[in-house]
Each structure stands twice: as structure tokens, then as C-alpha cells.
Design a protein. Sequence first.
Length: 213
Amino acid sequence: MTGGPAFDRTFRDTLETLLVWRRDVRRFKTDPLPDGLIEELLQLAALSPSVGNAQPWRFVLVDDPARRDRIVANFERANADALSDYEGEQADLYAGLKLAGLKEAPVHLAVYCDEQSNLGHGLGRKTMPEMLAYSVVGAVTTLWLAARAYGVGLGWVSILDPVEVDKTLDIPEDWKLVGYLCMGYPVEEHTTPELVRAGWQDRVDISEFIVKR
Ligand SMILES: Cc1cc2nc3c(=O)[nH]c(=O)nc-3n(C[C@H](O)[C@H](O)[C@H](O)COP(=O)(O)O)c2cc1C
């Protein structure tokens, strides 16, 4: 195919709406997602770019209740430990934040980077091997946007001990945890991040982060 589709103004406006309404979601309805939807969303995520076309993403759907309970306990320990780094008003604010929807979310998805696969034959990562994991991060972003387009919320949980997660999920040695994701239908929709609404961290105008050389 030589000429691709022409994306018009209407499409661009809709794309902007998608970007504006994508949120990190921590408040989920417990309703399950329709059969096959997660697989469909992962198909879309797999259209993401990756260094050397290595496609290093590995998706672990965590359905087993006992394993999910261990992930919840892992989060609670890590979150209590993180709280102890703060003091005074900031500690009070931190303690009031909801930083995961692990108990309610119908879908737990652990996203790994396969660091030993021969796919891509090492292209593009000799000087910057971390590009492999960055490729997986890109796929998570695609998944995040695709999910939102289907009305599905996604929340990224990084307050976890990754070694414990690997043990809980019986993960191969060469896989590195990139993200533990909760997915499901959101209880509420917002255009501003939860951490902004809670007074933890405001958005900064992008002009502050653009430099010219
Ligand atoms: C790599 C990464 C890790 C994150 N980890 C957490 C987390 O552990 N808990 C949480 O509540 N939010 C987590 N978030 C969500 C961020 O807090 C959120 O993206 C940010 O506040 C902006 O909000 P928005 O995604 O709704 O725009 C994470 C986001 C990213 C990209």
C-alpha cells in the first residue's frame, strides 16, 4: 500500500478527546469485561513500535484468586513502606490517596519484558540496552489508549516489590517486570488526573519542559 488513510480534522479532534479523557484509573466497577475484549486490546497493543522489532512484551493475565491476593498484600506492604518516607502534612495527604484498584479491578495484567528473546537480533540496543524495556512501556501506552477508546479504564501499579511479583506469578528468570496493570470499567470519568484533584501534584505547562539547542 502506498498511500495510507487520510486522517481528517474530525479524527484529530476525536483523538485529542481520547488523549484528554485517558486517565490512570484506580476506582473500578467489579463487572467483568466482555469475553475476548482483553485479547482484542492486546492485539492493538502489539501494533506498538519496538526496538529492532523485537516485540519484547509479554502479558500475564492474573486470574488466580490466591495469586491476586498475594499481589494485594505485596502492594499493601510496599505502600506502607512508601508512606514512611513522608512526614507531616505530606504523609497525611499520601495516606489518603488511592494508589491502586487491585481489589476491585476485574483484570490484573502483569506486563513483562523478555530480555533474552532473540527476536530483533539485538538491533538498536547495543549502546542502550534499556530500549528493550522502553519498547514495552510504549506498548502499555498503546494499550492504555485503546482501552479508553473501548470505555475501559487502566491503572498502573508500581508500588510493588517486583521480586515478590515474579515469585507470585512464577515468572521465567529472563523476564523483567515493566508494569502491573489493573483494568476494568471505571466508576467515574475525569479530564484531570486524580493526583491533581487530590492536591498532590499539579500539571506543569509543557512550555516549561521544552528546550532548544
Ligand atoms: C510508570 C507509571 C507508574 C505509575 N504507578 C502508579 C501507582 O503505583 N499508583 C498510582 O495510583 N498511579 C500510578 N501511576 C499513574 C500516575 O500517577 C498518573 O499517570 C499521573 O498521576 C497522571 O495522571 P493521569 O494518568 O490520569 O493523566 C503510574 C503511571 C506511570 C506512567
